[in-house]
Design a protein around this ligand. Structure first.
Ligand SMILES: N[C@@H](CCC(=O)N[C@@H](CS)C(=O)NCC(=O)O)C(=O)O
Length: 196
């Protein structure tokens, strides 16, 4: 049995693992599920979240960061987290994940019924995303030099999730980041996995 990745069509965390798997040439059978009704998942991932990976030897791995690291460790290809600047890459990866988390939390808030949603919470999450993206604009030169690296993959996924669920307005403020994404986002791994 191949590695099985339980995933969803719009999950940025799941997409990040897919992009890494494709970039590293790891064969994975992807199963799109509705995580909100996927009771079967509880037995392998008590958090009932996607992405969840079941490896061909039956080991179960989550969350997305662990799956990315595992792919990196088994691929035998160039490392997505190079030893030389590990902490810079890790910190920027965490920043991009923070953008995904805030984007997802914002989405959950926005779709709550009127009367239950909190405008203050939405404003706070939007400000967090905006600040983080503005910081990434300052770091666009480092991303340009990165090639295929964990922070670059995560940043591209986070920005496209921001486009998809929140706003494209950041593009007017962040020309370097936009130009970088135009090139990096054309990679087949990103084109094939774009949310729909
Ligand atoms: N820390 C987790 C977060 C995963 C996550 O929040 N996944 C969402 C989908 S994007 C999910 O499974 N939501 C269902 C739920 O939490 O009930 C990771 O990085 O994999």
């Amino acid at each position: 049995m191949p590695h099985v990745l339980y995933n969803g069509t719009t999950s940025p965390f799941g997409r990040m693992t897919r992009v890494v798997g494709i970039e590293l040439g790891i064969p994975v059978e992807e199963r799109q599920i509705d995580v909100y009704t996927a009771e079967f998942l509880d037995t392998i991932n008590p958090l009932r979240q996607i992405p969840t990976l079941e490896t061909e030897s039956g080991e179960v791995l989550y969350d997305s960061r662990v799956i990315c690291r595992w792919f990196d460790s088994v691929s035998g290809r160039a490392k997505l987290i190079p030893a030389g600047n590990q902490w810079e890459v890790e910190r920027r990866w965490a920043l991009a994940i923070g953008v995904m988390e805030a984007g997802l939390q914002r989405r959950m808030e926005v779709v709550r019924p009127d009367g239950e949603k909190s405008g203050a919470q939405i404003t706070k999450l939007e400000a967090r995303i905006d600040r983080a993206v503005d910081r990434l604009e300052h770091e666009a030169p480092a991303l340009r030099d990165a090639g295929v690296r964990m922070d670059a993959v995560a940043t591209a996924v986070a920005l496209e999730y921001t486009d998809f669920r929140y706003t494209r307005d950041w593009r007017a403020r962040c020309p370097l980041l936009e130009a970088w994404l135009a090139t990096f986002g054309a990679r087949p791994s990103l084109v094939q996995t774009r949310p729909h």
